[in-house]
Each structure stands twice: as structure tokens, then as C-alpha cells.
Ligand binder design. Sequence first.
Ligand code: NAD
Length: 448
Amino acid sequence: MADRYLHLTGTAPGRFLTRRLGLPQPAPLRRWTLETPHLDGPLLHLTAGTPTVTGVAEALRTSGLTVTERADRPAAIVLDATGVATAAGLGDVHAALHPVVRSLAPGGRIVVLGTVPSPDDHHQAAAQQALEGFVRSLGKEIGRGSTVQLVRIPVARIPGGASAHAAGSTLRFLLSPRSAYVSGQVIELTSDAPDPGSDPVADPAAPLTGRTALVTGAARGIGAAVASVLARDGARVIALDVPGAREELERTADRLGATALPLDITAPDAADRIAAAAPDGLGVLVHNAGITRDRRLANMPADRWASVIEVNLDSVLRTTDELLKAGTIPRGGRIVATASIAGIAGNTGQTNYAASKAGIIGLVRSLGPRAAADHGVTVNAVAPGFIETKMTAAVPLFIREAGRRMNSLSQGGLPVDVAEAVAWFAQPDSTAVNGQVLRVCGQSLLGA
Ligand code: NAD
């Protein structure tokens, strides 16, 4: 179901009318295309206080943007606030961004670099936590399709200080059109990054070359978009979906040059069948398959409860455990699961679904560090907000309209927005991104 309101506000009379009525003004988002892979303009690099990390300028150059310390109309602004350790130091954040925030080009990006709030220094912790409130508020007020995020660079355990080197893939993603529907997020990089165990990226345009990626629920919707973006990035893709969706699955797989694997993920031998389909191992495993069986708890029979927990959570736990144990996911491997903002905010009629999706968040946070230590594998999740798919097209009109507008970008996301976030987790140099749950929700008001 197309977003007619977004279309209306893109016309001159529609814009006039909706402005007069004080209605939301969603800006069309520019997403990645082969012809326009980068933001259109320079990157303004600013600092607040004395930075505590090295290598920021080098990491920023990997964004493909021209990095400068002065720009009239920047497409992106990165503020290094790693050195802000006191309440007074927050004044430097204001001083750096206040004069330039208005000059940011439409569809621009602001990334604040911070560090992890210290358990031993409550002044530093207060100042660094303050950046979170700052970023979330600026995300709400910036408008014109621009986004604002906070990236925390961990304090180094090694002599020589912290380095922004590990932030490269994250900055490339956030400072590009690929992160169009991600705003108001806090990403905390880890210093316990597993050994990548893989060769350096030979082809930056196809960083997943040589890796096999399996995507569950890939016949349609978000899963099909994930399969498509991972194939674009060079992966050999195995697209899995229920045997009942075989025709749609085969059509999707053919289109992408992927292999179709008709399989119900809840089958007791699902992990064995997946391992058999990937004899050379799985560099990327994306748990995307999911179902809803909505009812208020008082009206919910046990089978509706059980089927949602089974598909959305239990099968994810089971296949992950079995594939890790069998060594199907080699060092440098990436596991990405799919949560939902319903798992963060809760939703009427979705006690089963929200429980399953909150369970995914628990899984990722607990397993991430251990999978890194034991297997050299990262485990992360996307938490989509309102994404335009068959699932949301079935939502009643008024609830659908509310879902679309109740976020900082005043529109729903597209499946490709979730897929780009999955691809960021999957990058070979995303080793420092682990145990994270990234909301792809346009900074939804729900659970904020
Ligand atoms: P969708 O219903 O369009 O697609 C889900 C796919 O999963 C289908 O092709 C389905 O056949 C497959 N599937 C279901 N059960 C399966 C099983 N047992 N084994 C194998 N495949 C199975 O849904 P979507 O909107 O693309 O959602 C994809 C994921 O994103 C789901 O996990 C969903 O919960 C999550 N999500 C979606 C939204 C949204 O707004 N669309 C928001 C938050 C989270």
C-alpha cells in the first residue's frame, strides 16, 4: 500500500496545504544507488574538548566523502566528543554544533563520537551519557530527512590509547545513504573484537565476496531485500523459506542468482539441512523469518502463543546453537537476528510477538560476547519499526497511518533500509560491532 501522504507532501499544493494545517512534512529519503553511493557534499569534522581517541580522521576518510574542517553546506558533520568528561565540557558540544547545524544539507548526517560512560568516574559518565539525550533530541528536531547518531568508541585496553580504526565500517554506514531510515541511535563498539579470521577485503564494492550468506524468510518482504543487498555486496546467497512459499522463493532466488532452500525453520533437522546446503560454511547467517498471530492475552489460545515463540525465537536459538557447535559458522562469521520495536515498546494484541522479539534482544546481548570469545563470531540484531511490507499493508488504515507518521522522519521505512543495516553488521570489518540491537525505525516514538 503506497504512502499517498508522502506523495502529496512532495507536490507544491500538497506541501502548502499540509503546512497550513500543521501536519507532518516527511522529506523524501535518498537511498543508496549504484550511481549515487555517497552523500552529496563534504564531511565537516569538528571536535569538542581534547579527543581521547586517535585515528578519527583516517576512519572518516573511508566514508568516501571529502573531509574538511570548514564547509558552507556539509552533507555530514562528525563531532568528536570523546574528550568531553565534565558538565562544563558539554558547552563545547553546543559551541561546535550550534553555528553549523542549520547549514547541514537536506538528507544530511550528524554523527557524534563519544566513549563509554565510565563506571569509575561519575563526572565523565554524566557527560558521556548526556550526549545520548543530546543526540536523541537533535534527531527529533533536525528535520528535512537528516539523521543524528551517537557512536561510542571503547576505551582501549592496550597501551597507546583508543583508536577509531574499528569504527570504520560503522562510520561508512552511518555517513552514507544506506542508513536513510536510522536515526537517534546509540551504537557502542566493543574493545573485545574477535579476530576477523578472514583475508582483508579485496574489493570494497563487493566486500562479502567469497562468503556464503543464508537468509531465512527470504521469499518476500524484508528477507528478500536482505538477500538482494547481501548478493549486491558479493555474497553467495542461500534463500530459505517455507515449502509452501516455494514458487515465490524460487522467483526471488532466480532474480538474485541465489540458491533456494525450501525448509521450515522449525523443522527438527533444520540446522542439519542448513549445514548440508552450505558445505563450505556460512559466513553470514540472517534470522529474518517471523510471524505474527495477534490476539489480546485473554483471547489467545496456546497454539497462537506457541507458534510465534517457536518461529520467532526458539528456532533462532536452536539453529544458532547447533550451527555454532557444528562449526558451520567459521571465525569472522556474522549472525544477525531480527527483533522489532514491538519487543522494546510492547504492543496491544502482541504479547506473544513482543515476547519473542524481546527474547531476540536478550539472545544477542548474552551470546554476542561469548560467541566472539569462543568462535570469533559476532551476533547482532536489527529492530525494525514500521516497514512497508505485506505485514504492515494488512494493518487497519488509521493504525497504519499512525505507524507511518509517529517517528522523526514522518514516514515508514522500506525493506531495503533494514537490509542495509544487516549488511553493515555482515561487513568483514564490522568485528567491533557485537551484541548490538540497531533500531531501523526513523526514530519511532514507540519505546523511545
Ligand atoms: P513477511 O511476512 O512479509 O515475510 C516473512 C517471511 O518469513 C515469509 O516469506 C514467510 O513465509 C517466512 N516464514 C515464516 N515462517 C517461517 C518458517 N517457519 N520457516 C521459514 N520461513 C518462514 O514479513 P516481513 O515484514 O518481511 O518481516 C520480516 C521480519 O522482520 C520478521 O521477523 C518480522 O517479525 C520482522 N519485522 C517486520 C516489521 C515490519 O514492519 N514489516 C517490523 C518489525 C519487525
